[in-house]
Design a protein around this ligand. Structure first.
Ligand SMILES: Cc1cc2nc3c(=O)[nH]c(=O)nc-3n(C[C@H](O)[C@H](O)[C@H](O)COP(=O)(O)O)c2cc1C
Length: 382
């Protein structure tokens, strides 16, 4: 019996297995609108039978995009362009999920493959003025943000709510809020980036307030039937930064605010994500390890101590490794990024490696009869 390939029902949604496609920015949208590339990209993972296929970080307002080429969902046109994608994922027996995001201080950069992921020049006509909890930039060379007022925070909460409504209209069955990697919600959580002295800063409850208000408002909008995930950076990995203890405390509050699954990533508060394996508040070394499943212990501790479901992510590559993570109770889902880009049929291949789909029953029928024959030919040739 494989736990990785056992179903799980959350609220009204049943996941066929525990394999999720992690959100993966493709930097290929036009005015925030999904293009044929997005259809091809996301539908491939559904043919590959990952149970849960997340969209890339999808901005709730124009200034929330990481790059001018990021997906958005602040217009009806953007919503409608996503409908064929969700319909196809659904038709494969998979669950379409969307990651709703605001890039905050880390917005207005170039894409990694066409500009090196650097902040856009202030006179670049495709750029915009970024916002954050305060006026401190992410790192030298990044823009100085405009500090959000309390009224801006209320407006942004409403932007998340409207984006959640459009997401359901677009056919998504799971919503994830992006609270990691130094983007807006994470930048309110971390003491390294949130230097406010009003009710949205200061102590832990103050720093958690905006992300929790967003969760409560989104849960109220989407009702009780839709699973809500929240991605955290479980540690900043910087001296004086957000710690794993903070993540456990936050996760308890997120659960009370209507979040079902904590997606445990890490890093990113001061620029590109750089991670340590275990110590949560030591300075980073450049060569710190990002070994196999290096963030799994975060998902395990959050799951155990906050008594909430968790998703593990980060260098999960091998079917047996993934099986062990779920079977040993370290996490309820595994999310794959680069490995599943390399092999979009990873879930189907993993099911075979674990001996749970010897006869290709999981494969789309359009492929099954032919890969059956391929297997026979290989046996004959052996
Ligand atoms: C091309 C690419 C795009 C990514 N885009 C996002 C994103 O939109 N949202 C997010 O939370 N993480 C994003 N990430 C991080 C991944 O979701 C994942 O957490 C990370 O790659 C670690 O998992 P892996 O080792 O399986 O790749 C991205 C990573 C890659 C490689």
């Amino acid at each position: 019996m494989s736990r990785l390939f056992s179903p799980l029902t959350l609220r009204s949604v049943t996941f066929a297995n525990r394999v999720a496609v992690s959100p993966l920015c493709m930097y290929s949208a036009v005015d925030g609108v999904a293009q044929p590339f997005h259809f091809a990209h996301l539908s491939t993972f559904a043919r590959g039978k990952a149970a849960l296929v997340f969209s890339e970080a999808t901005a709730v307002e124009p200034a929330g995009r990481i790059t001018p080429q990021c997906l958005g969902i602040w217009t009806d046109e953007q919503r409608d362009a996503l409908k064929p994608i969700t319909a196809f994922i659904d038709s494969m027996g998979c669950v379409p999920g969307i990651q709703l995001a605001h890039a905050g201080r880390k917005a207005a950069t170039s894409s990694p493959f066409a500009g090196g992921g650097k902040p856009l020049a202030t006179d670049d006509p495709s750029g915009w003025h970024v916002v954050g909890p305060g006026v401190e930039p992410v790192a030298p060379g990044f823009q100085e943000p405009r500090a959000l007022t309390e009224s801006d925070i209320a407006d942004l909460t409403q932007s998340f709510v409207t984006a959640a409504r459009r997401s359901l209209e677009a056919g998504f069955k799971v919503i994830e809020l992006h609270g990691a990697h130094g983007y807006l919600l994470h930048s309110f959580l971390s003491p390294l980036s949130n230097t406010r002295n009003d009710g949205y800063g200061g102590d832990l409850p103050g720093r958690m307030r905006f992300p929790l208000e967003v969760c409560r408002a989104v849960r109220a909008e989407i009702g009780e039937s839709i699973p809500l995930f929240f991605r955290i950076s479980a540690i900043d990995g910087r001296q004086g930064g957000w710690s794993l203890d903070d993540s456990v405390a936050l996760s308890r509050e997120l659960k009370a605010a209507g979040v079902d699954v904590i997606d445990c990533s890490s890093g990113g508060i001061s620029g590109a994500p750089r991670f340590r394996q275990t110590d949560d508040n030591k300075p980073l070394d450049a060569g710190s390890a990002r070994g196999l499943g290096f963030q799994v212990p975060f998902a395990e501790r959050v799951r155990r101590e906050a008594e909430v479901l968790s998703m593990a992510v980060g260098v999960i590559v091998d079917p047996h490794q993934a099986e062990d993570i779920v079977a040993s109770g370290q996490a309820d889902f595994v999310a794959l990024g680069r490995e599943i880009m390399h092999d979009p049929f990873w879930a189907l291949h993993a099911a075979q490696a674990l001996g749970v789909d010897d006869d290709f029953a999981m494969w789309p029928p359009q492929y099954k009869w032919a890969v059956d024959r391929r297997a026979q030919i290989k046996r004959d040739l052996a």
